[in-house]
Unconditional design. Sequence first.
Length: 120
Amino acid sequence: MPADAVRRAFGESLLVGASTHNLEEASAAEEAGADFIVFGPVFETESKKAYGPPVGLAALREVVERLTIPVIALGGIKLGNSHDALETGAAGVAAISMFVEARDLCGLVGRIKGTTDEHR
């Protein structure tokens, strides 16, 4: 559902995000009133193969630089590459397996944020 349709239905009080896979979709989501987007798949991942090949860090960086709303990196995000995604200027990372499989979720989040000694 496009962000502007969600806005018309639910008003300004709802935080609206959009899933995007290229600059065109990302820009359209921002223009339609999305508060943030998720963008990807940035890296190779089995769960996102239906969306085509990974877009890569350069495409993520371009979207981050062009949009004024937060961009969340998605797709193949692991502890070892999460910092690469964040270094593009992405506002955050979204991941399924990395967080679900974590034995110490708080410690993992601390490592991603750089608030623990073990950075990678």
